[in-house]
Design a protein around this ligand. Structure first.
Ligand code: BG6
Length: 473
């Protein structure tokens, strides 16, 4: 993989520059890239939005965003040179012609931090103003609502852009721990030889959030947990876990293998899906209203805030190894974790009376928080008796590298400026992810209920039974 260097001279255009994504993620990411000396040495940073701001007002807005959301300390000596490069163009007054006028570089990165319904229209306007030459356009999910709308979105973009100019973000791929899946698999000799049906009983993935809808009720209501997290973030993680070794670590070689991995996932059977919706409950001592009581949500809503599924993988490596995945809002805590559970030892020498607890080995990839990896195995506790007890070997990012992981958006923005497509989705991969979920979208099972602050409806236990969901403590 490449080392990080400042990207080539280019303008950065943030479309939707005063919106939530720009405020919480993009502007702070630009600041942190500046702090690390990774911004292009030359080029403007042009904010484009409907509001009527002067350059100075936009700078003040951006400064406040960075102060509030940057992961690292605010430093005026880093901020000032970046602020001098900030410009603002009012969409209503000048349109993209205003951006064309202020753009100084041959190369541009245009980040569409807008609702996806505007992607095609903005791309058309970019073309109209000669802004598609030398451009890379970054877009973020949702890439459509189903297979058909995803194809329509793609067609709209491709009328003016080449596939190589489109950078589709799944921000999970920007997470250090998610990238680390490939390093753990392909830079060690011990794991990969166990990474198959001979050694693995099943794999499970939990993406739990304790937060609710965060003011996005009306949007979320149209989406639900299955489309919001499972169709994209979870399937991307599955593709990294299941892909074959690439022929090289070049972007296309990795993306080829990821798409092939997605092709081996059997479209999900709705009978193997559990959808849930939270009712009133308590998290961390706080009373939480039910989903249907949230702002923007219909009182009889059938939208799911929880989804679990069993995935079947039709490949030589994975045949017969189930992948159980679950995600939900208003779970007891925020946790993204992958557990690889190995098969039982072939013969048990230890009688149940002798052992306190005989457990299968588990490799746990803690994606967030407390990023790290754990391996559990059985060991003999000290004492005269022959007993076996599970113990845990742990790697923690914080302890080993003495640093917190970089924010996903910093990495992704930098890679897009640098033209490195490894961590971005290719259109065939997006299409395949929709194909995998299509049967469930076509006939979704009814939602069942779970109290806020629990791990989902009881049916989710049934889905994985006789196995059980597991999280590292
Ligand atoms: C987004 C979803 O893609 O990911 C949100 O739309 C979710 O609903 C978010 O909260 C979670 O991201 P992270 O990085 O906080 O795990």
């Amino acid at each position: 993989m490449r080392s990080m260097e400042a990207a080539q001279a280019q303008d950065i255009v943030l479309v939707g520059a005063t919106g939530d994504l720009a405020r919480r993620k993009l502007l702070p990411a630009l600041y942190n890239l500046a702090l690390d000396g990774l911004l292009p040495a030359e080029g403007e940073v042009i904010g484009y939005a409907r509001g009527q701001l002067t350059d100075d007002e936009f700078r003040r807005h951006a400064r406040a965003a960075v102060r509030e959301h940057s992961r690292r300390h605010f430093d005026d000596s880093v901020w000032e040179p970046l602020a001098r490069r900030l410009r603002f163009v009012c969409a209503r007054e000048h349109g993209l012609a205003g951006v064309a006028e202020r753009s100084t570089q041959e190369r541009r990165l245009v980040y569409l931090a807008t609702p996806p319904s505007l992607f095609a229209e903005i791309t058309r306007e970019l073309a109209e103003h000669g802004l598609t030459r030398g451009v890379r356009v970054v877009i973020e999910k949702p890439f459509g609502y189903d297979l058909r709308s995803a194809a329509a979105l793609d067609d709209g973009l491709k009328q003016h852009l080449d596939e190589r100019q489109i950078y589709r973000i799944d921000h999970y791929l920007g997470k250090e721990t998610v990238q680390n899946i490939l390093v753990v698999r392909f830079a060690n000799s011990i794991f990969e030889r166990l990474w198959n049906r001979d050694a693995i009983d099943h794999v499970q993935i939990t993406v739990g959030e304790s937060i609710g809808l965060e003011g996005r009720g009306a949007t979320y209501e149209q989406v639900g947990a299955f489309r919001d997290i499972l169709q994209n973030h979870v399937l991307q993680v599955v593709s990294l876990l299941t892909m074959e070794p690439p022929t090289s670590f070049e972007a296309e070689a990795i993306r080829d293998e990821k798409v092939k991995a997605l092709q081996t996932i059997v479209p999900i059977d709705p009978a193997e899906v559990v959808l849930g919706q939270y009712t009133r409950g308590v998290i961390g001592g706080e009373p939480i209203p039910g989903y249907r009581e949230e702002e923007g949500i219909a009182p009889d809503s059938q939208t799911e805030s929880f989804a679990a599924a069993r995935l079947r993988i039709d490949s030589w490596r994975w045949a017969g190894v189930p992948f159980f995945v679950r995600t939900g809002k208003r779970m007891p805590r925020r946790v993204s974790e992958v557990t690889i559970q190995f098969r039982d030892a072939p013969i048990t020498f230890f009688q149940p009376t002798q052992v306190s607890a005989l457990r299968p080995n588990r490799l746990t990839l803690r994606l967030q928080p407390e990023e790290g990896i754990g391996l559990s195995f059985m060991a003999k506790p000290p004492g005269p008796e022959v007993d076996a007890r599970p113990v845990q070997m742990t790697f923690s990012y914080g302890d080993s590298f003495m640093t917190e992981p970089q924010e996903a958006y910093e990495r992704l923005l930098h890679d897009a400026m640098d033209g490195d497509r490894t961590l971005f989705l290719r259109s065939d991969g997006v299409q395949r992810a929709w194909e995998i979920v299509e049967p469930v979208l076509a006939s979704p099972p009814p939602v069942s209920y779970y109290p806020a602050g629990s791990w989902g409806p009881p049916a989710a236990e049934g889905l994985i039974s006789p196995r059980a969901w597991h999280l590292d403590d």
